[in-house]
Design a protein around this ligand. Sequence first.
Ligand code: ATP
Ligand code: MG
Length: 227
Amino acid sequence: MKLLEIKNLGKSFDGVEVLKDISISVNRGEVLGIIGPSGSGKSTLLRCATGLEQADKGVISYEGSYGLVFQNFNLFPHYSVMKNITDAPIKVQKREKAEVYKEARELLKKMGLSDREKAYPFQLSGGQKQRVSIARALAMNPDILFFDEPTSALDPELTGEILKVIKELANENMTMVIVTHEMSFAQNVADHIIFMEDGYILEEGSPEEVFGSSNERMKMFLGKFCE
Ligand SMILES: Nc1ncnc2c1ncn2[C@@H]1O[C@H](COP(=O)(O)OP(=O)(O)OP(=O)(O)O)[C@@H](O)[C@H]1O
Ligand SMILES: [Mg+2]
């Protein structure tokens, strides 16, 4: 079943087209990896898909709800870990407080953060902050979760920690769209990969197809990560 379908999406900034006729679809349980050089439009695609940016052309249709995990965590600095996670489910979704807290504690346990529920973001490492922001997104029970370079602000050790969490979510069949510069991670976790360049989808397919591509541009891009 399709959870997300984007057809012929176009977006310009100040007359410059940064997304050109992008079409993608994501099925339930699928992990879509988005790779490509800096400036190719990956974040803009995610921002349009999640309503943070208004597309100029095209159609975006969802079956269900979505959540978003940012590169720089975007936690509320003056809220505790617990409040960061529970605030939207209680205030926006109007869910029962006791139930939301119970679920939040389960999520914190899953993220290895049971002892940090009273901490504030400034008291956490980057990896911990990112795990809180993943817990916060999951607390809304989204059908589909978007990640925009979830590890790019982290050192290699903390990166591994976050990639492990995302891999576990994939094993639980969470539907995800992940923009990443971690090529081996994309290769391992994604069911389908799109390679963007200059606002276009230059190549797409299974990890085997994309990483085995004979396209010269694709090979050059991937080669840079293997050096
Ligand atoms: N709000 C904006 N106003 C003007 N131009 C923008 C805006 N947001 C993005 N752009 C431009 O759109 C293009 C695509 O940017 P985008 O952030 O989507 O790239 P990206 O693939 O996510 O790159 P990176 O890997 O560096 O994160 C870039 O040329 C960028 O300068
Ligand atoms: Mg980006």
